[in-house]
Design a protein around this ligand. Structure first.
Ligand code: FES
Length: 169
């Protein structure tokens, strides 16, 4: 079961700067289709809320885009890029789909778990890193690959993974 939490006031989550950013996305679509901005709007709120979306944030997006709240929840719960619970300061998404699996992602996952001392879906005790297993991230030609925050890292080797982990602040 998905545990969607509430945090902060609606005003804190949806201030003038956020409205401005969302408005710039709404302006890219026909006036009667402003709900097309739902994904970038959720990204904006997730970024300002330490990397996760509260139920309140999704409700605020629904109201602003004149959408039923359930439609926004459906988007927020469908994509692995959206988090519905607090996450670490950094997020590692390791792909284990077919191309990555055929190119050694299982070993990469074992290495990540050992180095971080956590399992998939968990966050390090210091709150620094959350490790997630995800489906194909569309970089199959670079398999095995993982995403660290907004950056893709491809053709992973054990040495490369060590270097990437060492560089995470
Ligand atoms: S299978 Fe891993 S990026 Fe496509």
């Amino acid at each position: 079961m998905i545990n969607i939490r509430l945090t902060g006031s609606k005003e804190q989550l949806f201030n003038g700067d956020i409205r401005q950013q969302i408005d710039s996305w709404i302006a890219k679509y026909p006036a009667e289709q402003k709900q097309s901005a739902v994904i970038p709007s959720l990204h904006i709120l997730q970024d300002v809320n330490n990397g996760w979306l509260s139920k309140l944030a999704m409700k605020a997006v629904a109201e602003y885009l004149d959408m039923p709240a359930i439609n926004v929840y459906e988007v927020g719960t469908f994509y692995s890029m959206f988090e519905l619970n607090p996450v670490g300061k950094n997020k590692i998404n390791v792909c284990t789909n077919i191309s990555c699996q055929l190119n050694g992602s299982e070993s990469i996952v074992v290495q990540l778990k050992q180095r971080l001392g956590i399992g998939l879906g968990e966050t390090t005790n210091d709150g620094k890193i959350t490790l997630k297993e995800v489906e194909c991230l569309g970089a199959c030609c670079g398999a095995p690959m993982m995403q660290v925050n907004h950056d893709y890292h491809e053709h992973l080797t054990f040495d490369k993974v060590d270097q990437i982990l060492d560089g995470i602040k």
